[in-house]
Design a binder for this molecule. Structure first.
Ligand SMILES: Nc1ncnc2c1ncn2[C@@H]1O[C@H](COP(=O)(O)OP(=O)(O)OP(=O)(O)O)[C@@H](O)[C@H]1O
Ligand SMILES: [Mg+2]
Length: 475
C-alpha cells in the first residue's frame, strides 16, 4: 500500500526531469554501485588473501631459519644463532618478532628488546609430527600470525616467528586510494559519453515535438531531417508523411469548402435572377396598372383594370409560392431518400442511356436523420455522375439497405475501372469528387470504401451506423 502511494510521488519528481538527466543519472548510479561493489570486495577478500600470503611467507622463513639454525644449536653457537635470528627479523618489516627454543622449551635467543614475554611459551605449541603450526594472536596494538617450525622434528628445538598484519590494512587502504581517482575519471568520462548519447537521442525528439506543435498550428513546412535509420528516424519519417497527408487533406478541404461556397453563391444568384426576372416584372406591371386606375375617371374601366390586376397579383403570388417551395424542398426535402434516389436514377438512366438497377430494402417506410439522407444522396449522386463521366459502363446497380443499426449503400458499375490508390495518392490528379465522398461519409460517422480494378468495374460501399429503429422513430 505504501509502495503504491510512494511510486506516483517518486515518479512525479523523477519523471519531470529531462531525458538527458535521466540517462546521466542511470550511468552515474551504475558506476557508483560498481565502485561500491569493488571497494566492498577489496575490503572483504583482499585482506584474506594477503593474510594467507603472510602465513606462507612466515612458514617459508621459519623453515629456512630452522634449517640454518640447526647446526648452530647442535654446536651451541648461541652468538651466531642470535645474529641469524636478528638478521632474519631485520630483513623483513612484516616480522614482529622471532625466537628459538631448545628441546626442553627454554628460550635460546629472541628479538624482544624489553625482555621476553613468557605468555608466548604457552601458546602455539607445535607437535613433533607437524611440519609447522600457525596461530593468530591479538596483542595490544597488532594482529599477529604466530608461526612455529620444529627443528629436527622438535629434537633440536623450535623456531617461532610473529608475522605482523599491520601492513595488510595499510596495503588495502593504499590500494583503495589508488582506485578512487580512476573511479572519478571513469565517472566523468561515463557522464560525458552519456551526455553525448542522450543529446543524440533527445535532439531529434525535441525537434519532433517542435514540429508537432507547428503542425498543430497549421504550419506544414517541417521536413524530417534524416537522422539515422533507427526507431526515432522512422518516427520522423512517419511524422513527415502524416504532416504531408494532413497538408493534402487540408488543401482538399479548402477546395471543397470553396466549391460549397461557390454553389451557395450560384444558388443566391439564381434566386436573385428569379426574383428580378419574374417577381419584380410582375410587381412593376402591378404598379403601372394601379397608376392607370388612379388616373382613370371611368368606373367601368376601373373595374376591368382591377380584375386584370387581381389576376396578375394571383399569378405573382403563385410564382413566389413556387420559388419558396423550390427553395425549401430540395429533391430530398419532402419525399425522403428512397423516393429521391428512385426518381434520380430514373432520370439519370434515361438521360445518360445507362441501365440502372435500383434495389431498396428496409428503408422505404422510415425517414432517416436528414444529414444522413443528404450525405447518402450526394454520395450516390457523385458516384453515378462519375460512372457517366468516366466508366463507359452499360449497367450500374444501386443498392440501398437498412438493417437494425446501419444504412448500407452500394453503387456498382461494369465500366473500365480505375486505380483508386494511384489517384488518391497522386498530388496532381483531380479528385475532389472522391475526396468529397469520403468526407461526407466521415462527417456522419460512416465509412466509405472504393474497390476498382482496371477493366473490371468499380464498386463503392457506404456504411453508416444508425441509432436503433426505435430511437429513430422516437425522434
Ligand atoms: N466509376 C468510375 N469509373 C472509372 N473511373 C472513375 C470512376 N470514378 C472516378 N473515376 C476516376 O477518378 C477520378 C477522380 O474522380 P473525382 O470524382 O474525384 O473527380 P472528377 O469527377 O474528375 O471531378 P469532380 O467530381 O470534382 O467534378 C476521375 O478523374 C476518374 O479518372
Ligand atoms: Mg466526380
Amino acid at each position: 500500500m505504501g509502495g503504491k502511494s510512494l511510486w506516483p510521488a517518486f515518479w512525479s519528481k523523477v519523471g519531470a526531469v529531462g531525458f538527458r538527466t535521466k540517462i546521466m543519472g542511470i550511468v552515474a548510479i551504475f558506476i557508483l554501485f560498481s565502485t561500491l561493489g569493488l571497494v566492498g570486495y577489496i575490503y572483504r577478500d583482499f585482506p584474506a588473501s594477503l593474510r594467507s600470503q603472510l602465513q606462507e611467507q612466515g612458514i617459508a622463513i621459519g623453515t629456512g631459519l630452522a634449517a640454518q639454525g640447526r647446526d648452530l644449536i647442535l654446536t651451541h653457537n648461541q652468538f651466531a644463532l642470535y645474529k641469524l635470528v636478528k638478521d632474519t627479523r631485520d630483513a623483513s618489516k612484516d616480522i614482529a618478532y622471532a625466537f628459538v627454543l631448545d628441546a626442553e622449551g627454554n628460550v635460546l635467543v629472541h628479538t624482544f628488546d624489553g625482555g621476553f614475554p613468557t605468555d608466548l611459551l604457552g601458546i602455539n605449541q607445535v607437535q613433533p609430527e607437524e611440519a609447522y603450526r600457525v596461530q593468530a594472536l591479538q596483542t595490544e596494538d597488532d594482529k599477529i600470525q604466530d608461526v612455529a617450525v620444529p627443528i629436527l622434528g622438535g629434537k633440536a628445538g623450535v623456531v617461532r616467528l610473529g608475522m605482523s598484519e599491520a601492513n595488510i590494512d595499510a596495503a588495502v587502504t593504499g590500494y583503495i586510494g589508488h582506485i578512487l581517482p580512476w573511479v572519478a575519471l571513469i565517472l566523468v568520462l561515463g557522464l560525458c559519453v552519456a551526455y553525448g548519447f542522450a543529446s543524440i537521442l533527445t535532439k531529434p525528439i525535441s525537434q519532433l515535438a517542435e514540429a508537432a506543435r507547428a503542425v498543430g498550428r497549421g504550419d506544414f513546412r517541417w521536413k524530417s531531417p534524416i537522422w539515422a535509420k533507427d526507431e526515432i528516424g522512422s518516427l520522423g519519417i512517419a511524422f513527415s508523411e502524416m504532416s504531408e497527408e494532413l497538408k493534402r487533406k487540408e488543401r482538399m478541404r479548402a477546395q471543397l469548402l470553396a466549391k460549397v461556397i461557390g454553389a451557395q453563391e450560384e444558388e443566391r444568384k439564381r434566386i436573385a435572377r428569379e426574383l428580378h426576372d419574374e417577381t419584380s416584372q410582375s410587381l412593376t406591371s402591378l404598379m403601372v396598372g394601379l397608376k392607370l386606375i388612379e388616373d382613370s375617371a371611368d368606373a367601368v374601366s376601373v373595374k376591368e383594370k382591377t380584375a386584370e390586376l387581381r389576376a396578375l397579383a394571383a399569378r405573382t403570388l403563385d410564382e413566389v409560392h413556387h420559388l419558396a417551395t423550390e427553395l425549401r424542398s430540395s429533391l430530398l426535402g419532402d419525399m425522403g431518400l428512397v423516393v429521391a434516389i428512385q426518381r434520380y436514377t430514373k432520370e439519370y438512366s434515361a438521360k445518360m442511356n445507362i441501365n440502372v438497377d435500383t434495389h431498396v430494402s428496409g428503408v422505404s417506410e422510415l425517414r432517416l436523420p436528414s444529414e444522413v439522407e443528404i450525405a447518402a444522396f450526394r454520395i450516390i449522386q457523385e458516384a453515378l455522375t462519375n460512372v457517366a463521366k468516366y466508366a463507359e459502363a452499360k449497367n450500374v446497380s444501386v443498392v440501398l439497405r437498412h438493417r437494425e443499426s446501419s444504412l448500407v449503400a452500394v453503387i456498382e458499375d461494369d465500366g473500365k475501372g480505375f486505380d483508386v490508390n494511384g489517384i488518391m495518392a497522386s498530388p496532381n490528379e483531380k479528385k475532389l469528387g472522391l475526396f468529397g465522398m469520403y468526407e461526407r461519409a466521415s462527417l456522419i460517422g460512416g465509412k466509405l470504401s472504393i474497390e476498382s480494378q482496371t477493366g473490371a468495374g468499380t464498386s463503392i460501399f457506404l456504411e453508416v451506423p444508425l441509432k436503433s429503429t426505435q430511437e429513430v422513430m422516437n425522434g
